[in-house]
Design a protein around this ligand. Sequence first.
Ligand SMILES: NC(=O)c1ccc[n+]([C@@H]2O[C@H](COP(=O)([O-])OP(=O)(O)OC[C@H]3O[C@@H](n4cnc5c(N)ncnc54)[C@H](OP(=O)(O)O)[C@@H]3O)[C@@H](O)[C@H]2O)c1
Length: 278
Amino acid sequence: MHATTTLPSGEPVPVLGQGTWMMGEDRSRAADEVAALRLGLDLGVTLIDTAEMYGNGGAEKVVGEAIAGRRDEVFLVSKVLPSNASRNGVIRACEASLKRMHTDRIDLYLLHWRGGVPLSETIAVFEELRQSGKIRHWGVSNFDADDMEEMGRLSRGSNAQANQVLYNLTRRGIEFDLAPMCRNAGIPIMAYSPVEQGALADNAGLRGIAARHDATAAQVALAWVLSQPGVIAIPKATRLEHVRQNAAAREIRLAPQDLAELDRLFPAPSDRRPLEMI
Ligand SMILES: NC(=O)c1ccc[n+]([C@@H]2O[C@H](COP(=O)([O-])OP(=O)(O)OC[C@H]3O[C@@H](n4cnc5c(N)ncnc54)[C@H](OP(=O)(O)O)[C@@H]3O)[C@@H](O)[C@H]2O)c1
């Protein structure tokens, strides 16, 4: 049984998932992308993160192919663009996402980032979709501490089940206020770009720690994210070797000595910083 964290609803979700940004952009690569996601599912990496934005719907089509015949194994996350966040816009966008993924439900539907539509309107339609069973839960993405506070004051704002934000060893800003705030509210952080879009795989500082674990630098970066309580990591990998390595990173237990070294190499924030976005 692989590690899980718990949504505010009480439902357990896996702490490791698979990202899909940059997938579905080129049909000639689709078969390899489907194979990568299916290998991930075979290895028990059953949370898949996608968005209507990725590949202009192309990533959701790839996901649809990957989960065909095995929908019930998957915890499926997708996102609506802020430009579609009005009542009618969300309903249309959700229907289109469901169609592209050949499924009748999204497990967690996120507002990709804040835009001009009042948050109260988006939350109201998320709740409607939840009542009708088209989505099982909803949440947000790229919300900073003040956005979370504002949402908490809105009617049913406390029904949000996750906040997906940029978080990795080189992007620790959220540890100052946003991460403790979410943890106190029992809301998981979904860490996107957990290996800094591949850059941490080449980080010289990580190599010594990696050698002690017979692992790669990217695996150590991922293991560090996974060691944080209430955090879900969603690395994207198309190369099968990367999919295998990411799945295996769940088994790495960083020792206090490793964690202290990582803190020296990548210091935690000592003051408040605005949330970074990619
Ligand atoms: N909510 C948001 O605004 C937002 C923003 C950004 C991302 N996201 C989500 O988060 C997911 C992950 O973020 P990301 O794609 O930006 O970056 P990432 O997962 O940090 O990095 C992906 C890159 O790292 C490489 N990689 C993966 N595993 C590796 C390993 N074990 N060793 C070496 N290299 C490895 C991949 O190569 P290959 O593909 O060649 O294997 C790919 O080039 C996205 O796919 C998306 O689902 C959300």
